[in-house]
Write a protein that binds this ligand. Structure first.
Ligand SMILES: NC(=O)c1ccc[n+]([C@@H]2O[C@H](COP(=O)([O-])OP(=O)(O)OC[C@H]3O[C@@H](n4cnc5c(N)ncnc54)[C@H](OP(=O)(O)O)[C@@H]3O)[C@@H](O)[C@H]2O)c1
Length: 332
C-alpha cells in the first residue's frame, strides 16, 4: 500500500494537566495483518476521560500506555484487508485501534456495526461504551424504580446524558447536575430531564434541595468530590450510589469525602464499577441502547474535531471540562 500510517504516541507522562506536548505525531508504514487479524482504516476516534489514567506511570484498573506507544482509544473504521473468514473488506467495525489512521487487530477484538441504520458515531457514544457504562451502572448497582428520584452528575456528557434518559425511560424523576446554564438548558429542554442543577451557579446543596424535594434515591456519580458530598446530605434511606467516575480528581489528587455519616444512617449502598467487568452483559446493553437511539428515545450531542492531529488538544479540552456531549475525532 502506498499510503502511510499516521499515529500519535505518548511522548512524555503528564505531571498534572495533560498538555499537547505529551504526545508525538509519527508517520509509519501501514501495518500488515497476520493470520486471524484484520487491517482497519480508522474513521472515528473516541476521546474519553479514562485516557488520562492510562498516561500515568502507576497501574490503574487497566494497563498504562508505555512511552512511545500509540495512545489507546475506541475507534470505528472500515475493514481494508482481512485474514479472518468472519470479516471482509468494506465492513464497518468498532474496536480499540487507538490514535492512528490504520490499525491491525485480532478478529475477536472487533465488533461489526450491528445496525447500519444508526449514525456511525452512535456506536462510540450512546450505543457504545459510554452508553453501556450508563446502562451498567443502573443494572449492577443503581437499580431503576419508577417514581424514584435519580440524580446524575456530568449530565450533559456522553455517559451522564444516557444515564438520565435511561432513568426517564424507566419512569423515574431525573435530575441532572452540569456546569453552566447552556448545559443545564440542554439537559432539561433537549434531553428531557425533569430538572438540572448548575453547580457553578451557587451552593449545590441548596439547588439540590430545591430540585429533589423528595430526596435522592439513586445517584449516578461521574465526578465525586463536593457534588457527592452534597448528594449525601439529600439521600433517602436505602439510596444507591453508582460510582462511575472521579473526574474532579483525575489529575492525581486524592478526593476526600465528607458527610460519610449519611452512608451509615441511611443504609446507603455506594459501589464503584468498571464497564468492562461484565462483558457478558454488553450484547444485551447494546441491543437495548441501539433500540432507544433508533427510536429517538435517547438523544445525544457530539463535539467533533477534524483530523488525527487535533486529538491532543481535543483531549486537553475534554479534561478541562470544555466538553459538550460525546467528543470525537474524524480521522479519515
Ligand atoms: N466506570 C467506568 O467503567 C467508566 C466508563 C466510562 C466513563 N467513566 C467515567 O464517567 C465519567 C463521564 O465520562 P464521559 O465520557 O461521559 O465524560 P463527559 O461527561 O462527556 O465529559 C467530562 C465532563 O466532566 C465534567 N466535569 C465535572 N467536574 C469536572 C472537573 N473538575 N474537571 C473537568 N470536568 C469536570 C464536565 O462537565 P460539566 O461542565 O457539566 O462539569 C465535562 O464536560 C468520567 O468520570 C469517566 O471517567 C467511567
Amino acid at each position: 500500500m502506498s499510503e502511510k500510517n499516521l499515529r500519535i504516541v505518548l511522548a512524555a507522562r503528564p505531571a498534572g494537566w495533560v498538555d499537547p506536548s505529551n504526545f508525538r505525531l509519527e508517520e509509519t508504514p501501514v501495518p500488515v495483518p497476520g493470520e486471524g487479524e484484520v487491517l482497519v482504516r480508522v474513521r472515528w476516534l473516541s476521546l474519553d476521560p479514562y485516557m488520562r489514567g492510562r498516561m500515568n506511570e502507576g497501574r490503574s484498573y487497566a494497563a498504562r500506555v508505555e512511552l512511545g506507544e500509540v495512545m489507546v482509544g475506541g475507534t470505528l473504521g472500515e475493514v481494508v484487508a482481512s485474514r479472518h473468514p468472519g470479516f471482509a473488506a468494506g465492513e464497518l467495525v468498532v474496536g480499540h485501534l487507538g490514535w492512528q489512521r490504520f490499525g491491525v487487530a485480532p478478529a475477536k477484538a472487533l465488533m461489526k456495526v450491528p445496525d447500519p441504520r444508526l449514525p456511525e458515531t452512535a456506536w462510540l457514544g450512546a450505543a457504545g461504551m459510554p452508553g453501556v457504562t450508563a446502562w451498567m451502572g443502573f443494572r449492577e448497582i443503581g437499580g431503576l424504580v419508577a417514581g424514584q428520584t435519580v440524580v446524575v452528575s456530568s449530565a450533559s456528557g456522553a455517559v451522564g446524558s444516557v444515564a438520565g434518559q435511561l432513568a426517564k425511560i424507566a419512569g423515574c424523576r431525573a435530575v441532572g447536575i452540569a456546569g453552566g446554564a447552556a448545559k443545564c438548558d440542554y439537559v432539561t429542554k433537549e434531553l428531557g430531564f425533569d430538572a438540572c442543577v448548575d453547580y457553578k451557579a451557587g451552593p449545590v446543596h441548596e439547588s439540590l434541595k430545591a430540585a429533589c424535594p423528595g430526596g435522592i434515591d439513586v445517584y449516578f456519580d461521574n465526578v465525586a468530590g463536593e457534588i457527592l458530598e452534597a448528594v449525601l446530605r439529600r439521600v433517602n434511606a436505602r439510596a444507591r450510589i453508582a460510582l462511575c467516575g472521579l473526574i474532579s480528581g483525575y489529575n492525581g489528587e486524592d478526593i476526600p469525602i465528607r458527610n460519610v455519616f449519611s452512608l451509615l444512617v441511611n443504609r446507603v449502598r455506594l459501589q464503584g464499577f468498571i464497564v468492562s467487568d461484565r462483558m457478558d452483559l454488553w450484547p444485551e446493553a447494546i441491543r437495548e441502547l441501539a433500540g432507544h437511539v433508533g427510536a429517538g428515545r435517547i438523544r445525544y450531542r457530539e463535539t467533533i474535531t477534524e483530523g488525527l492531529e487535533s486529538a491532543p488538544a481535543s483531549l486537553v479540552a475534554l479534561l478541562k471540562g470544555e466538553n459538550f456531549g460525546k467528543r470525537l475525532v474524524r480521522v479519515s
